[in-house]
Design a protein around this ligand. Structure first.
Ligand SMILES: Nc1nc2c(ncn2[C@@H]2O[C@H](COP(=O)(O)OP(=O)(O)O)[C@@H](O)[C@H]2O)c(=O)[nH]1
Ligand SMILES: [Mg+2]
Length: 624
């Protein structure tokens, strides 16, 4: 059995609901208000079996006031039935729905020309619709004349659906489970039930699952597909999920069910923005800094849009943009989104999510280039993995292209391909951009070797220098791993916060080597050691003298010693403060240097004698 989801689209009153009724014998208008007004307001659901296909229908509202609901209905469908009334022809929401489905990446559809019982010149109507479909995703779609009143065309339509489904690419299996919630209700004796279209791996009863929002863990008590109970539901099925430990009021349309590690809230999206060449030129083009409403899955969120290359986007243009969302949402890499104006009465553009994050990051030219590679190959796990290692330089293996719909198999194949092609470097749980790793090893080698030559007595390159040298910000866990790998593979050694050549360290393996290490270790946190501490810890005065001679440690007073690094940062902080304020007291400067008065006084005296500061009464000023 093949599971498929088919949704309707098209202008209000063109016969969508009647069409689904003719096909499935089910009335999808279920709300009392829909019955009263004879108008679809919200999504309707029906099912049928056709050949080897288990079809779930989603009937959408055509009225422009309910586009929001329509978008939630078509977010995960395989095939569209684009309904156009032979009587009215192409109307505003026929056009808008067509743009929406193409922005969301739906490529396959059948056009159903309804109400043929009311019109004589059917061929003329077909030709005029063909013209409207020109250059659109549905340009090559079949157009089936149909009447729900007489039943004319029903067999043709079923055959057309069957042939379309035959050539439709199969839904991907093995991807992470995701259910975009389109309804939530409470049933007596059952509690919270949510419905949606299931994608990725199966849902199983008794399994635990994450729900975002609200960001909770729940358990699946029971599963239904169109009122039929089941222990397991597979991709492409409509699913009703009975959840434990969560109140119905906590979960609405727009929530997502997935395994908790796939429900990472994000606040910024880098996207490739696309404005259809069919965009009506009279409408205002989308400008940078506009507040828009983005539709993602069954949810919608307010966002500010920052165009990264241009000021406004014109019909037919594509451009990189960053969306800054007003609240954190669960969106995956590679998702397609729709952008409408904030008021919600105009569809403006579509987008493909190239990167997700939580900060308003500045995007430089290299990043833009890398993001654009993803645009060219939206389905290639290899390209997306490569781009991530180029963007982030160093990534945890299990964080590669996640969250996204890529399957575990696609991810591991991409990794082995990139290793084979020397594009990434794998060690432990980590992946490095190979380009970055090679360049880094070279930079570090050059820098350490130069220090060894220039100052053979020094301990090597301070580890703090790495961030600047590599021109990339890593967190402390990453730095630790990076250094460990560096030493393991490249003849380096770490000691007391310095990186040195193993050979060099060995050259110095005089009888003081261990003693020097102990002093460095004792000073590691504060960068300071006192005469009293030296005695207390039983540290070697001779080793200290050696470190002072090599310039690693400075004698601040008879009592106090400071690492060259710490003195450097005190100097910098003092200079910056005095440049900004002109003068400052010892109390002020001790705060700036983040130290005590006992230390600040001799440090400032040393700065006076080093010609950096000078004393004016109670104040220090910069020495001129
Ligand atoms: N004569 C005729 N009327 C139709 C046909 N299909 C739908 N209608 C009528 O058109 C109106 C709107 O149909 P409906 O299916 O609710 O349209 P929707 O808004 O697109 O879902 C209803 O009064 C239907 O009875 C058709 O093929 N022939
Ligand atoms: Mg309807």
């Amino acid at each position: 059995m093949n599971n498929v989801i088919i949704a309707t689209a098209g202008h209000v009153d063109h016969g969508k609901t009647s069409l689904i009724k003719s096909l499935s014998n089910q009335d999808t208008d279920r709300l009392p208000e829909e019955k009263k007004r004879n108008l679809t307001i919200d999504l309707g659901f029906a099912e049928m079996q056709l050949g080897e296909n288990r079809i779930g229908f989603i009937d959408v509202p055509g009225h422009q006031d309910f586009i929001k609901n329509m978008v939630s209905g078509v977010c995960a469908v395989d095939l569209i039935l684009m309904v156009v009334s032979a009587e009215d022809g192409w109307m505003p929401q026929t056009e808008e729905h067509l743009q929406i489905i193409s922005y969301l990446g739906i490529k396959k559809g059948i056009v159903v020309l309804t109400k043929t019982d009311l019109v004589k010149e059917i061929n003329l109507k077909i030709n005029s619709i063909k013209k409207k479909l020109d250059d659109s995703v549905l340009a090559d779609s079949e157009i089936i004349p149909f009447s729900s009143k007489t039943g004319e065309g029903l067999t043709d339509l079923k055959n057309s659906i069957l042939s379309a489904l035959k050539i439709l690419p199969k839904r991907k299996e093995g991807g992470p489970t995701r259910l975009l919630v389109d309804r939530s209700f409470s049933l007596k004796g059952m509690g919270t039930v949510v419905t949606g279209t299931l994608t990725g791996n199966p849902l199983l009863i008794n399994e635990s699952i994450g729900v975002y929002p609200p960001g909770k863990k729940s358990r699946i008590r029971s599963l239904h597909n169109h009122n039929q109970s089941s222990d397991m539901l597979t991709t492409g099925l409509r699913a009703a999920v009975n959840l434990t430990d969560i109140a119905q009021s906590e979960i609405k349309r727009g929530s997502v069910l997935a395994s908790p590690e796939y429900l990472i809230p994000v606040l910024t999206l880098d996207i490739i923005l696309e404005c259809s060449s069919r965009f009506d030129l009279d409408s205002k083009p989308l400008k940078t800094n506009s507040i828009v409403r983005i539709h993602h899955g069954t949810a919608n969120t307010e966002a500010r849009i920052i165009l990264l290359d241009i000021k406004k986007i014109m019909p037919g243009q594509r451009a990189l943009a960053q969306l800054r969302l007003s609240k954190a949402v669960s969106i995956w890499l590679g998702d397609r989104i729709l952008i409408r104006n904030w008021q919600g009465n105009k569809t403006l553009a579509g987008g493909l999510v190239l990167n997700i994050g939580n900060e308003k990051k500045q995007i430089n030219e290299t990043t833009k280039k890398t993001l654009k590679i993803r645009t060219r190959f939206p389905d290639s796990a290899i390209i997306w993995t490569y781009a991530q290692t180029e963007l982030e330089k160093m990534v945890k293996l299990d964080q590669l292209i996640r969250p996204s719909s890529f399957t575990q198999k696609e991810r591991s194949q991409a990794i082995s391909h990139l290793v084979k092609k020397n594009k990434i470097y794998l060690f432990g749980d980590w992946v490095l951009s190979n380009k970055f790793w090679n360049a880094s090893v070279e930079k570090i080698s050059r820098s350490v070797d130069k220090i060894h030559v220039d100052n053979p007595a020094s301990s090597g390159m301070p580890e703090e220098r790495l961030t600047e040298l590599l021109n990339h910000k890593f967190d402390s866990e990453q730095l630790e791993e990076l250094l460990r790998e560096l030493c393991l593979k490249n003849n380096f050694i770490r000691h007391g916060g310095y990186i040195a050549r193993k050979t060099h360290a060995r050259d110095q393996s005089d009888n003081l080597y261990d003693e020097k290490e102990r002093i460095r270790l004792a000073m590691k946190e504060s960068g300071i050691i006192t005469q009293a501490q030296l005695t207390e810890y039983g540290l070697s005065k001779q080793a200290l003298r050696f470190l002072i001679e090599s310039g690693d440690i400075l004698s601040i007073s008879d009592e106090i010693y400071m690492s060259a690094m710490k003195y450097g940062s005190c100097k910098l902080a003092t200079k910056m403060h005095l440049r900004a304020h002109g003068k400052a007291t010892v109390s002020e400067l001790k705060k700036v240097m983040n130290t005590s008065r006992k230390i600040a006084v001799p440090v400032l005296e040393k700065m006076d004698s080093d010609g950096i500061t000078s004393r004016q009464g109670d104040y220090r000023v910069l020495f001129k």
